[in-house]
Design a protein. Structure first.
Length: 513
């Protein structure tokens, strides 16, 4: 059986590779450039200079980020560039390399939100299957995997930089415990950060899942191929996609199943242009409605901000890594959940930096935004409004984050924000809120827009099938019912793996018919 997968990113590569492994053929389409593993640009492959690190203000001069993607961070704010990957591996090629699962109880929450079959016991075997955990895969197989496509590697303490050491010392002084393995259930405290990098080399989802299957032709990769829309026939079945090459040539790719894995920035727009979305929006643009669904609703991201402290002995990590230490802790707010705050070290790039930076993130966020197309033209960017901190619960958590992280780091001297201004942990709520508006941003962890569930607010069912359109699956972070309490790379790959399992079941049944 033949499948068309749209998006060669973290999830899409997992779908394509697993289906090829099981005997199916795949056309894998991506709007960005195609390259084989040996031709991956060295600045992506060896990320030692912080060029492709997470940027809390969403800005990047990289030639390997999706052009034209922008989002308004706060209600009424201007749209600014938003970082998304461009080319083989998608955002796994340009991200900050942090490889961390959400806490186990996160998936109990998914079940509460209507994602039946996505409890911890359902997803743990998928995380184990995708991982190659060099530290715990062999010694703790009840929680970890060994031999999978995604390396999970933690740097040793002798490789740490000054940011790593300062964060660990500050956390211990504040009473946080050492946690050797932050993938154990209920783990909180100071941990070594795991990365999808091996021997200083970034391993992308393309490397792990797709490269080997190109040789035999099981996966045909089409770079510089921008998908306009899904083709839906009069019976309501998806039969293919309409795509544009860089020279403007239009090609239709047909398949037994169509998978959208373009990521939360792209998938909602493709669905809307395909006639799957809010009827009022589609009607206003003259698009025939195939399924009136809340596509584009529920967009989310984590809120983050940078803090800096003076440090005369600032030095880079021996391994060149941006950060090797993560602190995960809880706000203990009644409305939140454990492990809702993260602090990551950011080692200086040079030994004469004179300061060390730290990234603080709200891992638990409930504010939601939206994404809507403004034109039927595939090159026209969607309007993404994130509405960060629009929910009072997020604002309360953000105040806790500012005060606890500033207090944590103040033992090293005056704490400054990303503009170089002092941060006052004793400021009033109104002053902290104003500071957040000026200094906080997203963390490039966009989710939502094609929510999974069983209610009327769902776009896909718990087996990732688009409601009202047969033969169409969504397999990326846009299906998340809520932004996960962790960096999103591993969750994206896990969703791709699960989609491949669901598709395998359907394709096998169709093949036997």
């Amino acid at each position: 059986m033949h499948v068309v997968v749209v998006g060669a990113g973290s999830a899409g590569c997992a779908v394509a590779g697993r289906l090829a492994e099981r005997g199916h053929t795949v056309d894998l389409l991506d709007a960005g450039p195609d390259w084989r593993g040996e031709a991956c640009p060295p600045e992506l492959r060896h990320p030692r200079d912080d060029v492709f690190a997470w940027r809390v203000d969403g800005r990047s001069a990289s030639a390997y980020t999706f052009p034209g993607v922008a989002a308004a961070r706060f209600g009424g704010g201007a749209r600014e560039p938003y970082l998304r990957g461009w080319g083989m591996g998608g955002t796994s090629s340009v991200n900050g390399l942090v490889t961390i699962r959400p806490p186990a109880d996160e998936f109990a929450h998914w079940s509460e939100l209507g994602c039946t079959g996505w409890a911890w016991d359902d997803v743990l075997p998928i995380f184990q299957r995708l991982e190659d955990d060099v530290d715990y895969g062999a010694t703790s197989p009840e929680y970890h995997g060994l031999g999978g496509p995604v390396p999970v590697v933690r740097r040793q303490e002798h490789e740490w930089g000054s940011g790593d050491r300062l964060l660990a010392d500050a956390a211990f002084a504040a009473g946080h415990a050492w946690e050797p393995d932050y993938h154990r259930p209920d783990s909180l405290g100071v941990s070594r950060t795991a990365s999808h990098i091996r021997y200083g080399v970034r391993i992308t989802s393309y490397d792990g899942y797709v490269e080997a299957w190109r040789e035999g032709g099981q996966v045909r990769v089409h770079g510089d191929t921008l998908v306009d829309r899904v083709i839906v026939d009069d019976t309501g079945r998806a039969t293919g996609v309409r795509a544009l090459a860089a020279d403007g040539t239009v090609t239709v790719f047909e398949g037994d199943e169509i998978v959208l894995a373009g990521g939360a920035a792209a998938t909602p727009g493709i669905l809307q242009r395909s006639g799957v979305g809010p009827a009022a929006l589609l009607g206003s643009l003259g698009i025939r409605v195939h399924a009136d669904l809340p596509v584009g609703a529920g967009m989310q991201d984590h809120v983050g901000f940078w803090l800096q402290v003076p440090h005369d002995d600032a030095r880079p990590a021996v391994n060149g890594a941006r950060g090797n230490v993560t602190l995960r802790y809880s706000s203990h707010l009644e409305h939140s959940r454990p492990g809702d705050l993260l602090v990551v070290a950011a080692n200086p790039a040079t030994a004469d930096a004179g300061e060390t930076a730290f990234g603080v993130k709200l891992a638990r966020c409930v504010s939601t935004g939206s994404s809507r197309i403004v034109s039927t033209a595939p090159l026209a960017a969607s309007e993404i409004d994130m509405n960060l901190l629009s929910d009072d619960r997020d604002t309360e958590l953000a105040r806790v984050a500012v005060r606890t992280s500033t207090a944590l780091l103040s033992r090293f001297g005056t704490v400054h924000d990303r503009h170089g201004d002092p941060v006052d942990a004793t400021a009033s709520d109104a002053e902290v809120d104003a500071w957040l508006r000026a200094c906080a941003r997203d963390t490039s962890h966009l989710t939502g827009g094609a929510r999974m569930g069983t209610g009327e607010d769902a776009v896909v069912d718990p087996r990732l099938r688009v409601r009202g359109v047969s033969g169409l699956t969504v397999a990326d972070l846009s299906v998340c019912p809520i932004v996960p309490r962790a960096n999103t790379y591993l969750t994206a790959v896990m969703i791709g793996e699960r989609a491949a399992d669901f598709l395998t079941d359907r394709l096998d049944v169709a093949g036997d018919a």
